[in-house]
Design a protein around this ligand. Structure first.
Ligand code: FAD
Ligand code: PYC
Length: 413
């Protein structure tokens, strides 16, 4: 590092401008308290202020913003889901993403790549046809392609997968994209801050007070805050928060791991997913291959990495791309996925007045960040969930009206 730059970096005279205010001590009361400074919590704060003029809002983050699953995900954005409700919801998110860099005045490196879900068996092809039809019906550009079209888009791919599981076709989804995950959190944080929302890092909610079935305040390690509206947007920590208000959900937590390779010259233009080989891959703007696999098969509240994961993943990736055998994996990590039985999120009001839930994002919530923020803001402001998220209500589990999205899996689930 040049000495001049180092001197500038440590100089107190020219501190780098902060991205958002350094809020230290929360006020005694807020109109809305948001637990969780991931993309979802920050987006909800931003839209509460922007769309509804509700700015007396505190976002409480126990670590640093974007340090949860938001900063750990593999940034795939798509809307090629299986249910019409799901496709409409994620499509609305993709549409916001397309203009989000401009809206937040921050380059989110949104990059449209096209997304192939590879099929290696006839039964997988059947699901691809099904998804293509539902997507088209809702106006989303997805269609089934054969091996020739896949090879044209990605000539480096060994269509026979080293003879292990020949590819017979794919679901192609034109809007499939990637973006900078931490940029999304930072952009929403700065936008919310500019409207007057206060963001507190290193501030953990340790208790939620409910009186007569209504929320009345939260205890934090940074003081007590009274409020009548609390949004929980804590992904892998959801069971810990819902326990504080004695609310039961069917959410279970499984680790989801990912890794990146050393950077390479750009060669992979598209996003590729193989459900049968349990791997997916895209190339980041820095040239790294960003790769992941299925959920760890056991419930656990931990972000450790495992050899099992990287061994399985690299063996399948090299079946698809034998020439990668000498490429090094340079980083490996995990996040905690909050999974629902039907692989759709849980969004909206709860039986506790003033306690709102944005959870069950499992392996699929990064793409939903803008629309979840927007619809949760509407739910809180109007105390009524908009139609777009009605199929994600918590009570669907009691009503036996599930929104089955398992067939829209990436490989994550
Ligand atoms: P988070 O970003 O986890 O934020 C929640 C925050 O709450 C955390 O920062 C946490 O510190 C804070 N918190 C928890 N408890 C408290 C408390 N008591 N008080 C205060 N703060 C608290 N999705 C996609 O769409 N595409 C992908 O390609 C994709 N890939 C993934 C790959 C991996 C490896 C993982 C783990 C996930 C992936 N996901 C993907 C899923 C996606 O990352 C998540 O669904 C999404 O980021 C959830 O965002 P969030 O804001 O709800 O949660
Ligand atoms: O939802 O597309 C997705 C995804 C990819 C990896 C994890 N989730």
């Amino acid at each position: 590092m040049p000495l001049r730059l180092l001197k500038y970096a440590i100089s107190r005279e020219h501190p780098a401008p902060r991205f958002f205010r350094d809020c230290v001590e929360p006020k005694k009361t807020y109109d809305v308290v948001i637990i969780g400074g991931g993309g979802h919590g920050l987006a909800a704060a931003y839209y509460l202020a922007k769309d509804y003029g509700i700015t007396n809002v505190a976002v409480l983050e126990k670590g640093y913003i974007g340090g949860g699953n938001t900063g750990r995900n593999t940034t795939i954005i798509r809307s090629n889901y299986l249910t019409p409700e799901g496709v409409k919801f994620y499509d609305a998110s993709v549409k916001i993403y397309e203009g989000l860099s401009e809206e937040l005045d921050l380059n989110l490196f949104y990059s449209n790549r096209g997304h192939f879900t590879l099929a290696h068996t006839e039964s997988a092809m059947r699901t691809m046809r099904w998804r293509a039809e539902v997507n088209k019906h809702v106006g989303v550009e997805s269609y089934v392609v054969g091996p020739d079209e896949i090879s044209k888009a990605c000539p480096q791919l060994d269509i026979s997968c080293s003879g292990q599981a020949p590819i017979i076709g794919a679901l192609y989804h034109a809007p499939g994209s990637v973006a900078r995950h931490d940029g999304v959190a930072w952009g929403y944080a700065r936008g919310a801050d500019q409207f007057g929302v206060e963001i507190f890092q290193n501030t953990e909610v340790t208790r939620i007070d409910v009186k007569g079935g209504k929320v009345c305040g939260v205890q934090t390690n940074n003081g007590y805050i009274s409020t009548n509206k609390v949004l929980s947007a804590v992904a892998g920590f959801t069971p810990r928060i819902t326990q504080m208000v004695d609310l039961q959900t069917p959410i279970v937590i499984h680790p989801l791991q990912a890794c990146v390779t050393e950077p390479m010259k750009p060669w992979l233009d598209t996003i590729l997913v193989s459900g049968s080989l349990h791997v997916y891959v895209s190339q980041s703007s820095r040239g790294e291959l960003v790769m992941g696999s299925s959920l760890d098969p056991y419930e656990m509240h931990s972000t450790r990495s495992s050899l099992d994961f990287v061994e399985g993943l690299t063996s399948h990736i090299t079946d698809m791309f034998p020439f990668l055998s000498n490429v090094k994996v340079v980083r490996q990590w995990a996040g905690m996925a909050d999974l629902t039985p039907d692989f759709a999120p849980i969004m909206g009001k709860t039986p506790i007045e003033g306690f709102y839930l944005d959870a069950g994002w499992g392996t699929w919530g990064f793409k939903a960040t803008p629309i979840s923020g927007k619809t949760m803001a509407e739910t809180i402001a109007r105390d009524m969930a908009p139609d777009l998220i009605k199929s994600f209500r918590l009570s669907r589990f009691e009503d036996y009206e599930l929104t089955g999205e398992k067939g829209a899996a990436s490989v994550g689930h």
